[in-house]
Design a protein around this ligand. Structure first.
Ligand code: ADP
Ligand code: MG
Length: 268
């Protein structure tokens, strides 16, 4: 390689780095020699490099969104067994995977007993949303309430509310497992009413609507919360048995041993 050429490459790489184009930086020589071999002209070469940068940039952004969403684990629809939970409306889930509900600012409520795949479905839907460029955050309701109370004590509530307001999709997992304090319920209501018609929510709960007062305390707050949540929402209901339990039973049949899951269920 001529001395002049080496110098140009060093400079070019410097410039690409300064311009924050890491994929072009990494690929420019390879693509250049391929284009020379294939007789691709200069513009064609530039186009190929730009395309590579764009694809990688989208991939990196998607990964960042997945990380920022703070999912407890990654679940997908491919490994959701609809046959094991026939009460779940598969057609509706497939439709919701297209994420139109987020553009329409609609919400999803997933109701069902423990172990029926509510969290799994909420994550699968939200992972898809991340892949489609939406800003997502997963919260277990109890943890969200704790964080809100802490933020309030540290006079950071406004900041946290602003962060939540920037989201496109907010998952509130396990509404109803633990009753909230009066303040907790009010802070949660504030999040839900701020999200109303601005941010889509996916709420998972083991409680039928008529029992929400047990968690939120007052009739008035429950009424107002339900009014907002159910105004424009899709409801998925899992009425089948716990997948964990079915799984534990299957394993027991295979191995002849009882799992802790089964013992717990049988009240041992
Ligand atoms: P829930 O939130 O309703 O209590 P989860 O979504 O946490 O239930 O499900 C419990 C476990 O069982 C998870 O590991 C989940 O991936 C799995 N699971 C539940 N339902 C299904 C299903 N229909 N197909 C595959 N895995 C399932
Ligand atoms: Mg759950």
């Amino acid at each position: 390689m001529k001395k002049q050429e080496t110098k140009s490459i060093v400079l070019l790489k410097h410039h690409l780095k300064a311009l924050k184009l890491p994929t072009m930086h990494a690929e420019c020589e390879k693509v250049a020699s391929r284009c020379a071999k294939d007789n691709v002209d200069h513009l064609g070469f530039l186009l190929q490099l730009c395309e590579l940068e764009l694809i990688d940039r989208e991939k990196r952004a998607s990964q960042r969104r997945l990380k920022a969403a703070k999912f407890p684990n990654l679940k997908t629809l491919e490994n959701f067994d609809f046959a094991a939970q026939p009460s779940i409306n598969k057609v509706l889930v497939t439709e919701l995977m297209r994420c139109q509900y987020i553009d329409n600012r609609e919400s999803i409520i997933i109701v069902g007993n423990p172990g029926t795949g509510k969290t799994h479905l909420s994550i699968a839907l939200a992972v898809e949303a991340c892949g489609r460029g939406q800003k997502v955050r997963f919260w277990k309701v109890t943890e969200l309430i704790t964080q809100l109370m802490e933020a309030r004590e540290e006079r950071q509530l406004m900041r946290m509310r602003n962060q939540l307001a920037k989201l496109d999709l907010l998952i509130l997992d396990e509404l109803g497992y633990v009753p909230a304090s009066k303040l907790g319920a009010e802070l949660l209501f504030d999040v839900i009413s701020t999200a109303y018609e601005r941010t889509s929510l996916i709420v998972t709960t083991n409680l039928p609507f008529e029992n929400w007062t047990e968690v939120l305390g007052s009739e008035r707050l429950t009424g107002a919360t339900l009014d907002r949540l159910t105004h424009r929402c899709h409801i998925l209901e899992a009425t089948g048995p716990s997948y964990r339990l079915q799984d534990a039973k299957r394993r027991q049949r295979r191995t002849g041993r009882k799992s802790t899951e089964l013992r717990r269920h049988e009240g041992h």
